[in-house]
Design a protein around this ligand. Sequence first.
Ligand code: SF4
Ligand code: F3S
Ligand code: FES
Length: 248
Amino acid sequence: MLEAQPADAAIQSFTVTFLIRRFDPDVDTEPRWQDFDVEMYATDRVLDALHKIKWEQDGSLTFRRSCAHGICGSDAMRINGRNRLACKTLIKDLDISKPIYVEAIKGLPLEKDLIVDMEPFFASFREVQPFLIPGSKPEPGKERVQSVAERARFDDTTKCILCAACTSSCPVFWTDGQYFGPAAIVNAHRFIFDSRDDAASVRLDILNDKEGVWRCRTTFNCTDACPRGIEVTKAIAEVKQAVMRGKA
Ligand code: SF4
Ligand code: F3S
Ligand code: FES
């Protein structure tokens, strides 16, 4: 039987220091670090801290978020030097004896505070034609049938939420913004290995380009960064194999 908690039992809170890399293009020539002390509970997330700062201390703090539950992919940022979603990073999983560093993801143009211009990222995504291109129409009134094994072939890469945590953690992308990047390859993989699709060769030709899969140096930062647990580097390796030997 559960013991009743005393009515006045308070849940412990902590003062946590956040060091946030700020940049206001109207005022700053370079980004600068600013510290904020925030009262937090262990079960709070970094996104809750950003909200508290914005609502209670500095309304000019700028960041993106939408769902707050790890689905929309809009709040990828560097937290203590690692790409993560702010809405999925719990305070209890961080070392709060030291300041928590929060900054924008790298490799994309910084617009303001924690916001970067995502357009180059989405341009690469669009370039790989991330949509079903079937070669024929199904019989009238029939579905495009797919076996469980055929569906399983690309299941992992269907989980992508386009957060850019992978691409913006890739050292090749940092030095060459023209590289398609892991997220575009993951989304190409999702259709290349779909048995209902007939445009694999088109996408494989695109990814055989000098800024395509061969730029990947198997660094694995992308796999470590993915908040959806996608085996990004493995997907890239499978696309490399398909470029060389055709889709298996
Ligand atoms: Fe984000 Fe993972 Fe998709 Fe990369 S592969 S964009 S890290 S969800
Ligand atoms: Fe970059 Fe991932 Fe390849 S981090 S080098 S895309 S394995
Ligand atoms: Fe949507 Fe974090 S706010 S994924």
